[in-house]
Design a protein around this ligand. Structure first.
Ligand code: IPE
Ligand code: IPE
Ligand code: MG
Length: 235
């Protein structure tokens, strides 16, 4: 019994994932990048299930960065289509699983119908309390910080770190314990810059569509073995 408790304590409460490598996954198979994004969405659906099933309470997924909006229009159209289909097919499923859906990022950069789908998805799952899925869409960490700074300036108040956190899109969401990036790159690419101050980082060589359930467990095991000190010394 005691051992089980220790295991649970070592499970990250909040996992953030930078889902990178869809394009390279497709290229290796001589497929168009769009096929990589399709395979990415498929893997995203199962990964979310696998994380909630293991007891993770908050899952944040980097689906589209603000900088990604500078990609060719053809690719953006593909990505927007996938987002539309995602909302149409998954909001009710999340609701049935008692998972609350939230979206962070700059919605004014997105097509109106997607903004409406986001708002409907957030509204429909507002009272779900078993877990929370946060999708970062048209998201940039620096942009989010600048929006919060401007909100603080407009309010004419000096802020504490806590008060500042509450001005971010992630107000009320605990900071991520673990951040996984697939796709072999070892950078954060403007994701959750403020929130990741003490997040444990895990980089996988796998391209996102091929990041398996076993790979997830390897990341969770690695997390469990880390010693989080938050600047203090070991007791
Ligand atoms: C991640 O895969 C998905 C998005 C950024 C939308 P990429 O599209 O960046 O794939 P690579 O990095 O080119 O392989
Ligand atoms: C980060 O991947 C954004 C998402 C996965 C949504 P990118 O492919 O955009 O990152 P860079 O350009 O390699 O830094
Ligand atoms: Mg990439």
């Amino acid at each position: 019994m005691k051992e089980k408790k220790t295991e649970e304590a070592r499970l990250p409460r909040h996992v953030a994932v930078i889902m990178d490598g869809n394009g390279r996954w497709a290229k290796k198979r001589l497929l168009p990048r769009s096929a990589g994004h399709k395979a990415g969405v498929k893997r995203m659906l199962s990964l979310v299930d696998q994380m909630f099933r293991r007891g993770v309470k908050y899952v944040t997924l980097y689906a589209l960065s603000a900088e990604n909006l500078a990609r060719p229009q053809e690719e953006l159209n593909e990505l927007f289509s996938l987002l539309r289909a995602y909302f149409a097919e998954n909001v009710q499923k999340l609701k049935a699983q008692e998972i609350r859906l939230s979206v962070i990022g700059n919605r004014s950069l997105l097509p109106t119908d997607i903004v409406q789908a986001i708002e409907a998805g957030e509204r429909d799952t507002l009272n779900c309390g078993k877990g929370r899925l946060i999708l970062a869409i048209a998201y940039g960490g620096r942009q989010e910080i600048v929006r919060a700074v401007n909100a603080a300036v407009a309010a004419g108040k000096q802020v504490t770190a806590e008060a500042f956190s509450a001005l971010l899109n992630t107000a009320e969401i605990p900071d991520p314990d673990l951040m996984i990036r697939t796709g072999r790159e070892t950078r954060i690419s403007n994701f959750l810059l403020w929130q990741a101050a003490y997040t444990e980082l895990y980089f996988s060589e796998k391209m996102f569509p091929e990041f398996s359930e076993k790979d997830l467990d390897a990341a969770l095991r690695d997390y469990a073995s880390r010693e989080r000190r938050f600047g203090r010394v070991k007791e």
